[in-house]
Design a binder for this molecule. Structure first.
Ligand SMILES: [Zn+2]
Length: 130
């Protein structure tokens, strides 16, 4: 009788222990999956951030190339431009800048209105003074 009771107790505690072990294993598994998800999210956000930075750099570079193509100084703000008549010299041009003041000026008048650049990096083959 005692033997039977003992076996019943053993049987009842046995699966509980296994269940507890399984439960902690489950928690460990969940924690591991959460950890993996966090790492994946971190990597994904790092990639997204890198993409944004690269895109910004490309935009800045494109603006720089466009500025160079138009022959404008480095300090030039990116102004909208199009065909039109210059308000200062009254000439018709393929490209006039639409200034924020509403004025439309050709490239020549625009460059004349700018303060002189502190340095001329575009000057080719500058001689070293001896
Ligand atoms: Zn002009």
């Amino acid at each position: 009788m005692a033997n039977i009771l003992g076996s019943v107790v053993l049987q009842s505690t046995g699966p509980e222990e296994v269940g507890l072990r399984g439960f902690s294993g489950l928690i460990r598994g969940i924690l591991f999956i959460v950890f993996l998800l966090l790492v994946a999210a971190l990597i994904a956000s790092a990639i997204a951030l890198a993409r944004i930075v690269i895109q910004r750099l490309q935009v800045v570079n494109a603006a720089r190339i466009e500025r160079k193509r138009l022959g404008l100084p480095a300090g030039h703000r990116d102004l909208p431009y199009g065909r039109g008549i210059c308000n200062r010299c009254q000439g018709a041009y393929e490209m006039v800048f639409f200034l924020p003041s509403g004025e439309r000026v050709c490239r020549h008048c625009y460059l004349e209105s700018l303060p002189p650049a502190p340095s001329e990096p575009s000057e080719p083959n500058r001689r070293i003074p001896s």
